[in-house]
Design a protein around this ligand. Structure first.
Ligand code: GLA
Ligand code: GLA
Length: 681
């Protein structure tokens, strides 16, 4: 489908705009338009939580204020992303139809309040959403300012009401057809949990069933499917009335470690959005990691969300300064706003959008960062930083729509993470599957090598190197996909805690699966879990590296041993092996090592596979160079994520899009400074 937005060549800059909070302040609304121009912003998301302003009483709609705002933004040359309001409901609705409220996993009916807490099954809620979405589509679906639909907000959570229980049972019936099959997948006889009638099935609960891993996994899958189903229900009138307007919903990350959002499987959800958009809130300048480490994590998660559709994505929300919900809400230091905003573009975003345009006057987000502060002044530092980003985005607009090309893929699997976290075994605190992937990614980030973070739905054959550590849950299909990838010439890396259960979370029988033995030329026998203070070590290429947390004990058959354990009863046993299989190669890293081992091993793999960056640019650690490319040009984002000045060596000459001059040889970058360089192909 060709969407109307393709014609617009600007990178999006702007964000969540809530005029509905300011309808009694006409002078503020007037100022917004003046300030929007000064901030060099062009795109505004309206209506996210505006239901009570749009339908103050049941069936009585007020669109006048929204008409006026959308027209005004359009007149200014701006564009609108219009949200459906289902992320929060008016109080009259909860009062009259309590079924729209969620029931918790403890089976408590929730009260009205907060947001993101509606039941996805409730027929009344679905009906009310269908009515208001249709009205919005009829009124604005053909408005020339409308760029995109934004369905609801940050879908999350689950509901355990009777409607949801019924839907869950139907979902299970579709999946298993018979109770016999379900009981087998759920390992029913364990603790006498055999199900004898569909009506006995209940969603997992801390006051009920929580030990049946197959049930837990299926519930999470169901919640993803049901959330997508609700989203698709919301789409119906929008698609029908405005088929050329793309539809999205904003994804999230789990924030402290900036790991993928845990409770919905976005690899499924991404199939239903026209463009991936997401809300990114790194805790810059925190006190637990260096800036460059956080920068690498930001790279990882953006590369994951970009790879979901292998096309440019949107940053739907970010903050111009601090947020209001980190433990400590520190503001961005000078330089960081431009750097962190252009980092999004460097990883494939075509936007820098904010939460929020203007700080609200009351309630919980009144101190959350915003473009416009309570002082209503264009003179303050944050506003100036935002308009500097606007200026930069105008200068680099030709980058919009360009791609990233990667020869390296890291596999991230949401369901694997669910199953692994549920597994009672190993050590709960140290499993850290997504964090482990971040560490593998870091070795490539340091070398400026582009990486896609792919899911198991995606095709692997175009990659020279596929990295799939801690893939605890492997279906037969996954195993044969990996096998044919290696057999046909790919290079695969896997690690400890891989290939132990199938896709219903049942352990593989008869030892480690035979295809894995063939791929890696060895057989996994045991996984030793260490206490946090325990250490082992391995020697690789004459250098010693520390090991912690996990050691796989395996029986080598025909692989080359790259490293052996230094300590414990498995001293001298292989810790890392490399095997040739078909036309390809496979590495198995048996233990959790310090970062430098991953860096050094991947350096060798990179050399052997001739993996490299197109950027002929040398720098110290902490500077990242990310590449986007069009048919004719490469674009290199050179980003200094350190608190020191850095000397960059340009080994050829480039055109600097921000300063609009040619650069070559040695260039100095201030702390947090960024350059955007172009090279013709
Ligand atoms: C107790 C129970 C067993 C089993 C073990 C596990 O001893 O009686 O059924 O759960 O714990 O260690
Ligand atoms: C989320 C929400 C926004 C806002 C921000 C605050 O991203 O979508 O409505 O609450 O968090 O950071």
């Amino acid at each position: 489908m060709t969407f109307r937005t393709v014609a617009d060549n600007r990178l999006l800059h702007g964000g969540d705009y809530n005029p509905d909070q300011w309808l009694d302040y006409p002078e503020i609304l007037k100022d917004d338009l003046r300030l929007m121009k000064q901030a060099k912003t062009n795109t505004f998301t309206l209506g996210v939580f505006a239901w009570s302003a749009l339908e103050p009483t049941e069936g009585e709609f007020q669109f006048g204020w929204l008409d006026e705002r959308i027209d005004a933004i359009h007149k200014m040359g701006g564009r609108v992303i219009l949200a459906t309001p289902s992320g929060a409901r008016p109080a009259w609705m909860s009062k009259k139809y309590p079924e729209v409220l969620r029931t918790s996993e403890k089976r408590t009916k929730m009260l009205h309040g907060g947001r993101h807490n509606h039941c996805f099954s409730s027929p009344v809620y679905r009906e009310k959403v269908a009515i208001i979405n249709r009205k919005l589509a009829e009124r604005y679906g053909n408005h020339p300012a409308l760029l995109m639909w934004h369905i609801s907000n940050e879908f999350s959570g689950d509901c355990h009401c009777d409607f949801c229980q019924e839907n869950f049972r139907s979902w299970l019936k579709d999946k298993y057809e018979t109770l016999e099959k379900l009981n087998h997948a759920w390992w029913g006889p364990f603790w006498s949990h055999t199900i004898t009638a569909w009506s006995e099935i209940e969603s997992p609960s801390s006051i009920g069933e929580s030990m049946v891993h197959g049930l837990n996994l299926d519930w999470k899958r169901f919640v993803t499917d049901q959330t997508i189903d609700f989203y698709k229900h919301e789409m119906v009138p929008l698609r029908e009335i405005s088929p050329t307007i793309p539809i999205t919903t904003n994804f999230m990350a789990d924030t402290h470690d900036l790991i993928p959002f845990q409770s919905l499987n976005y690899s499924e959800f991404a199939k239903h959005v026209d463009i991936v958009s997401w809300d990114c809130y790194p805790a810059w300048h925190n006190d637990w990691e260096e800036t460059k480490e956080l920068a690498s994590k930001v790279g990882f998660i953006n590369d994951l969300y970009r790879s979901l559709k292998q096309q440019p994505f949107l940053i739907m929300e970010s903050t111009p300064s601090g947020v209001n919900w980190h433990d400590v809400n520190k503001t961005k230091r000078p330089g960081m706003h431009l750097l962190s905003s252009l980092q999004f573009i460097a990883h494939g975003s075509d936007s820098v959008l904010y939460f929020q345009w203007r700080k609200s006057r009351g309630s919980s987000e009144k101190f959350h960062g915003a473009v416009v502060d309570h002082d209503n002044s264009e003179g303050n530092r944050v506003f100036q930083d935002v308009s500097a980003v606007g200026d930069a985005l105008e200068k680099i607009a030709e980058i919009k729509g360009t791609q990233k090309q990667a020869k390296v893929a890291i596999v991230y699997d949401w369901e694997n993470n669910w199953a692994l976290n549920d597994a009672q075994g190993f050590s709960h605190a140290t499993k850290q599957y997504p964090q482990t992937l971040q560490k593998h990614y870091q070795s490539f980030w340091k070398k400026d090598i582009s990486v896609d973070i792919v899911t198991l739905n995606q095709e692997l054959s175009s990659y020279d190197l596929v990295i799939a550590p801690m893939l605890y849950m492997m279906s037969d299909e996954t195993i044969s996909k990996l096998e044919s990838y290696v057999f046909n010439g790919g290079t695969l890396v896997s690690s400890y805690i891989s290939g132990l259960v199938d896709d219903t979370d049942l352990a593989h029988l008869s030892g480690w699966p035979a295809p894995l033995k063939r791929i890696f030329g060895m057989e996994v026998k045991e996984t030793d879990t260490l206490y946090p203070k325990d250490r082992n070590a391995l020697i690789y290429n004459g250098k010693q590296y520390e090991i912690k947390d996990y050691c796989t004990i395996f029986e080598n058959k025909e692989a080359d041993v790259l490293a052996t354990y230094m300590e414990d009863f498995y001293q001298g046993n292989p810790a890392v092996v490399k095997n040739s299989y078909g036309k390809g190669k496979a590495y198995f890293i048996g233990a959790r090592t310090e970062q430098s081992f991953l860096d050094d091993l991947y350096e060798d793999i990179q050399q052997e596979g001739k993996l490299h960056t197109e950027a002929n640019i040398l720098h110290e650690e902490g500077v990242s160079v990310q590449t986007r490319e069009s048919d004719d040009c490469y674009y290199f984002f050179v980003m200094n994520f350190t608190e020191q000045r850095q000397t960059i060596t340009l080994k050829e000459s480039f055109y600097d899009l921000l300063t609009q001059e040619t650069k070559d040889e040695l260039v100095e970058l201030s702390p947090y400074e960024v350059m955007v360089l172009r090279k013709e192909k």
